[in-house]
Design a protein around this ligand. Structure first.
Ligand SMILES: [Zn+2]
Ligand SMILES: [Zn+2]
Length: 282
């Protein structure tokens, strides 16, 4: 019963338009533009608490063996990564900036190409973005933990949903560690990107980005996770910032080889069409 109310609460909060949230006195700027608030501490706390609750419920169902969390970890990592990649592609090339809620997010994604200033010290802003993505998935996890029959397969399903909720909560914080905006200013990154763009091979590009980020003081634990590709590696992610046609994912890059195959040709066509539109308007 409690779980159902949590599911309903999470869904309402994550689905409510910014205009409605203004009634709570938090987001004056959101009213006129139907833009989600950039920072929403209470939502971050709620999303974090919901993930903890979902984790407790998931562990309570581990009758089939806690070892099943291992496949769930990898499946959830791949699916969450693919989801961020597809969403990023849509915000770069599909959603018009004029539509409510998604439009301002699309504008932010396109501005991120010009000014890649993301910084991990902006915890609340980074985790607020994560909370929007995480809450619906956490609600689904809680529902699945209550409703699915007990068994190995359903445990993997629940644990996978839980993993996706956690990856979703952290995705923008992870993305910001691949930029370190306050230490690596956009002008410096752009200058290196221009040089790296001229390199012939993919491996040379990756190597040069790796060299650039070796000199940046990334916390050792994060550096370890990046190096072993457990979270997004700056060298991989910044390949996206060369031409904005590939490497769209923001969690760990596991889905990039598949998504690049599908999305790169579409991104090229969309980019050319959008450039023609801009030229025609000016
Ligand atoms: Zn992009
Ligand atoms: Zn980026």
């Amino acid at each position: 019963m409690v779980g159902r109310w949590i599911v309903i609460g999470c869904l309402l909060l994550s689905a409510a338009p910014a205009k409605a949230w203004d009634n709570f006195g938090h987001m004056e700027a959101a009213v006129s533009t139907l833009e989600l608030p950039k920072e929403f501490k209470a939502l971050v706390v709620l999303a974090g608490g919901a993930v903890v609750l979902a984790a407790i419920l998931t562990v309570c169902r581990a009758d089939a063996g806690i070892g099943y969390v291992i496949p769930a970890f990898f499946i959830s990592g791949f699916l969450a990564d693919a989801f961020t990649g597809l969403a990023h592609f849509c915000f770069d090339y599909v959603f018009p900036e004029s539509i409510p809620i998604f439009g301002p997010i699309a504008r932010e994604f396109r501005e991120h190409h010009e000014y890649p200033t993301l910084d991990p010290s902006n915890y609340i802003e980074n985790l607020t973005k994560g909370a929007y993505a995480s809450l619906p998935t956490t609600a689904l996890t809680v529902w699945a933990a209550y409703e699915l029959p007990v068994g190995a397969v359903s445990f993997v399903v629940v644990a996978t949903l839980l993993g996706m909720s956690l990856w979703a909560l952290l995705f923008h914080q992870i993305h910001s560690y691949a930029h370190m905006g306050s230490i690596l200013p956009p002008e410096e990154l752009h200058a290196r990107v221009v040089e790296i763009r001229r390199l012939e091979s993919h491996s040379e590009k990756v190597r040069e980005f790796a060299k650039l980020f070796e000199a940046v003081p990334i916390p050792p634990v994060v550096r370890f996770l990046q190096r072993y590709r457990l979270i997004l590696n700056p060298s991989t992610h910044n390949l996206h910032h060369v031409l904005f046609e590939s490497d769209f994912s923001s969690v760990n890059g596991w889905s990039d080889p598949v998504l690049n195959f599908v999305l790169r040709p579409i991104a090229r066509r969309r980019k050319a069409a959008m450039e023609m539109e801009t030229r025609a308007k000016s």
